[in-house]
Design a protein around this ligand. Structure first.
Ligand SMILES: [Zn+2]
Length: 336
């Protein structure tokens, strides 16, 4: 089956196959990974080519000495006239950095369906370092384009891709049925925005039963709950079901992790929050307990949710509250 590709001005990767998340310890990064770390002006993207212990951390957990290859937004050589705008090469550099995973915000980008092995990604990055022939993009983030190119052979920006996807989805749906996940999934696939595997996996997930919470025993740690938030259905991961000290009969006291709305779309952030919910059935738990769903244990689900707290990669349709919740809960593997 072919994906529709009516306007081929730019090629979009399947954005559900590309997931950035926060790194909390050394064990989460590998050589060949695409990494994002905060720079003075913008985020830097790089390919890790070597990881070594940092002497300051004898346990080799919180810190690491990391060798990176990345593109800078500096142009190589001398240019004049039109070549200033249309030509030029981005300078590729190799640098050594010391990462402290506790104090710095370091993100890793996970790719499902990546065409190259880690060793090939490193070889591609080293090849570009040697050639110094990477096309400079005046308006693009060259370091991000370089990293995605090394991993996938395509140059793209996740943020720009998500914006384009959101725009296409709004145009396709004409502002109706925005909360109909099944229809959104269908449209995203028909418009070539997500791959067939993500489409089929999502459809399978929508078949799961949503059970209304009517008593405290209906909700457990690690569950995906759905409730109304700013008039939209919103998903969250339950981190803790608190003991009821006050003696509320009709309420349940939960701590959960979710994509919180903080004023503007660019300020959607994954936050931890504590709130009491009524036991009137307005909140539901999605029942992913039986096959064909492969789920993490409740502890693993909670740990995965906590790992992404403070992340700001929200995009309608591509990485919203339900995608976050599903990512925490499911072993999303394309081979299953
Ligand atoms: Zn996909």
């Amino acid at each position: 089956e072919e994906r529709e590709n009516s306007d081929s001005q730019f090629s979009l990767p399947c954005i559900e196959c590309v997931i950035p998340y926060r790194v909390t310890h050394r064990g989460e990064i590998d050589e060949g990974d695409h990494i994002i770390y905060a720079g003075a002006v913008y985020d830097h993207h790089a390919i890790i080519t070597e990881i070594a212990p940092d002497e300051r951390d004898e346990n080799n957990i919180k810190r690491a000495k990391v060798t990176l290859i990345h593109a800078t937004n500096t142009k190589l050589g001398v240019f004049s006239g039109l070549s200033k705008v249309f030509g030029g090469k981005a300078e590729i550099r190799r640098t050594v950095d010391y990462f402290d995973f506790e104090t710095s915000k370091i993100m890793i980008v996970k790719y499902f369906n990546a065409p190259f092995k880690a060793t090939d990604v490193i070889r591609r990055a080293e090849g570009e370092l040697e050639k110094q022939d990477f096309r400079y993009h005046l308006f693009g983030n060259n370091c991000e384009h370089f990293a995605t190119y090394c991993v996938t052979n395509e140059r793209f920006s996740m943020q720009v891709t998500k914006l384009k996807m959101t725009l296409r989805m709004f145009l396709s749906l004409r502002f109706v049925a925005l909360s109909n996940e099944k229809l959104r999934n269908q449209v995203a696939y028909e418009r070539g925005l997500i791959c067939k595997m993500c489409f089929e996996r999502n459809n399978k997930l929508f078949e799961a039963e949503k059970k209304p919470i009517k008593e405290k025993a209906d909700v457990q740690k690690g569950d995906i709950i759905t409730f109304s938030y700013w008039n939209l259905y919103h998903d969250a991961i339950v981190l803790e079901v608190h003991e009821d000290k006050v003696g509320h009969r009709n309420k349940v006291d939960l701590t959960f992790a979710h994509y919180a709305f903080c004023g503007q779309s660019e300020h959607y952030t994954i936050k931890q929050k504590r709130k009491t919910f009524p036991l009137n059935g307005s909140v539901t738990v999605t029942m992913y307990t039986s096959p064909p769903f492969k789920v993490y244990t409740s502890k693993e689900t909670v740990d995965r949710a906590k790992m992404r707290i403070d992340e700001q990669q929200f995009a309608f349709f591509a990485n919203d509250s339900s995608h976050f919740a599903r990512w925490c809960k499911f072993k999303l593997s394309h081979s299953s």
